[in-house]
Design a binder for this molecule. Structure first.
Ligand SMILES: [Zn+2]
Ligand SMILES: [Zn+2]
Length: 397
């Protein structure tokens, strides 16, 4: 089956209007009720089968069935917005105060809905089936995990490969960017230091968790600088240090919270082991008790090499050779697309970055998506599905 060379202007107009509608009505992670309704309405109007609604609350799965003996490819779109007050001044700016589509998930959802509409028209001619996964709670880092546990990949027809895209304003609209590891593992942690409160004038009668916490914050800087090779990437940041109420009272306890970011599971193991040992032993040496809690977090995204090549070829055919970039930048952001992938027991897949017409970074109150980003996103996702189902899927052998 041939790939699409261009998008019908009516389909592009459909994408623009649905994206603006979603942008106007953003909802936070796991509360995408109205968004899910709009997704269901759109799929119904496009005569796309609803394989699941209300999955883990707000997840929706659309299905375009092609040749029944053919493979099944999944296209993922995340739907949640962020707790940010919009400052774009656009005609379709958020009407939900304090909530904004500042990460482009409105665009991702509009792209998937438009691709569903286009592929539904091809229907039975498709050499296999396409599952459209409308996912809640990417920003919380675990919506995909919940969906996979709920069977989104294994429910019939079982998914053979999964693709996703994410807006990236650092590249131009009309471009895509590929990487073997496009996003890092994120492991949030907390360290609770249990000391013994006392009057600040008599510190020797207590155990000061603030002084101990400060030692731990400083010592933890050694983990990345002295336990990780300079050729490896790792980050260990403390973003919160809570303790005490008054200047003249040493409190009972202190709570530190932070995040570890790594791009290689072996480095992740080393950093988490060293960091826990260091925090615990410093606290103990100073007479306090210390409890370290690690959140499972979000694993790295490790793309399938064969499917990266498939996306590269589709990118060249759909957008032009100079529009397909390979990332050399080491990014430490996280994406829960990882839960669909083989490293986590899922299927082969590829997440790629999509250029959008915007100078503002994602998660900024002035972020916007732009129609050219929608156009290239639709072409890419539709053509990836067509190429994969047509047998350009050697990586899955
Ligand atoms: Zn985001
Ligand atoms: Zn995002």
């Amino acid at each position: 089956m041939d790939i699409l060379k261009e998008i019908d202007p009516e389909d592009l107009e459909y994408a623009r209007s649905i994206r603006e509608d979603l942008h106007r009505h953003p909802e936070l992670a796991f509360a995408e009720h109205d968004t899910a309704k709009r997704v269901v309405d759109s799929l119904r109007k496009s005569s796309v089968e609803l394989a699941a609604t209300d999955l883990i609350g707000t997840g929706v799965v659309g299905l375009v069935r092609g040749v029944p003996t053919g493979p099944t490819v999944a296209l993922r779109a995340d739907m949640d917005a962020l707790p940010i007050t919009e400052e774009t001044g656009l005609a379709y700016a958020s009407e939900n105060p304090g909530v904004m589509h500042a990460c482009g998930h409105d665009g991702h959802t509009a792209i998937a809905l438009t691709v569903a509409r286009i592929l539904a028209r091809l229907g039975g001619q498709l050499p296999g089936s396409v599952k459209f996964i409308f996912q809640p709670a990417e920003e919380q880092g675990n919506g995909a995990d919940h969906l996979v546990r709920a069977g989104v990949l294994s429910d019939s027809p079982a998914v053979d490969a999964v693709f996703g895209l994410h807006a990236r304003p650092q590249i131009q609209a009309g471009q895509i960017e590929l990487a073997a590891v496009p996003s890092a593992a994120s492991n949030p942690f907390s360290i609770r230091i249990q000391g013994r409160g006392t009057h600040a004038a008599y510190p020797h009668e207590g155990i000061d968790p603030i002084a101990i916490g400060a030692q731990i914050v400083c010592a933890l800087q050694q983990v990345v600088s002295r336990r990780v090779a300079p050729s490896e990437a790792a980050v260990l940041s403390i973003g919160s240090f809570q303790a005490g109420q008054r200047g003249n009272i040493i409190p009972d306890e202190a709570l530190l919270r932070g995040t570890i970011r790594t791009r290689d599971p072996k480095v992740c193991d080393r950093v988490t082991t060293e960091f826990q040992r260091m925090a615990q032993q410093i606290a103990e040496a100073m007479g306090a008790r210390c409890q370290v809690d690690m959140d499972e977090g979000t694993p790295r995204v490790r793309n399938d090499d064969g499917l990266v090549e498939l996306v590269r070829r589709v990118g060249i055919e759909s957008l032009g050779k100079e529009q397909v970039l390979f990332s050399t930048e080491i990014t430490m952001g996280a994406e829960d697309f990882s839960f669909y992938l083989r490293e986590q027991g899922g299927v082969p897949g590829c997440l790629f970055w999509l250029g959008v017409d915007c100078d503002a970074p994602i998660h900024s109150p002035t972020f916007d998506f732009g129609v050219e980003g929608l156009r290239s996103g639709i072409l890419m996702m539709a053509n990836i599905a067509i190429r994969f189902l047509s047998g350009d899927n050697q990586s899955c052998a």
